[in-house]
Design a protein around this ligand. Sequence first.
Ligand code: FES
Length: 157
Amino acid sequence: MADLDLTFVDETIQQIGRGPEAVIPILQRIQEHYRYLPDEALHRLCDQTDITPASIEGVSTFYTQFRRQPVGKHLIHICVGTACHVKGAQMVLDTFRTELHLGSDQDTDADGQYTVQPVACLGCCTLAPVVQIDEVTYGHLTPEDGSGRAARFRAAP
Ligand code: FES
């Protein structure tokens, strides 16, 4: 794998600062840029600032917005909010996870194509249960729909 270009990390440090208080905004920018927090970028951050590895570890594990693993090419958000929950969201979620062969501690498939993330509410509860795949929202899903969509996406990534 090619070395990660860390120029962005250096520029972000210059813009935001080197003090320990800069940790959250810098991590947010790094995640926006790389779509997760690569280890190489975090090492660079520690080398170039007063931010400690313990601080990064604490912040990145406390805030669920931060990811330490690469995200898949496609994001599958499955709503597990109350309205979707009572309409069978868990079964839809289980179906996507099964179809993508995700282990219990994995949210991204082995090919790095799909990341499955449960979310609290997608804001369109009347369509429950709801799934958003990349920018497209699908409503009134059944587990069979989940199975079919996952299979189709696998066939044509
Ligand atoms: S609870 Fe699922 S969209 Fe609101």
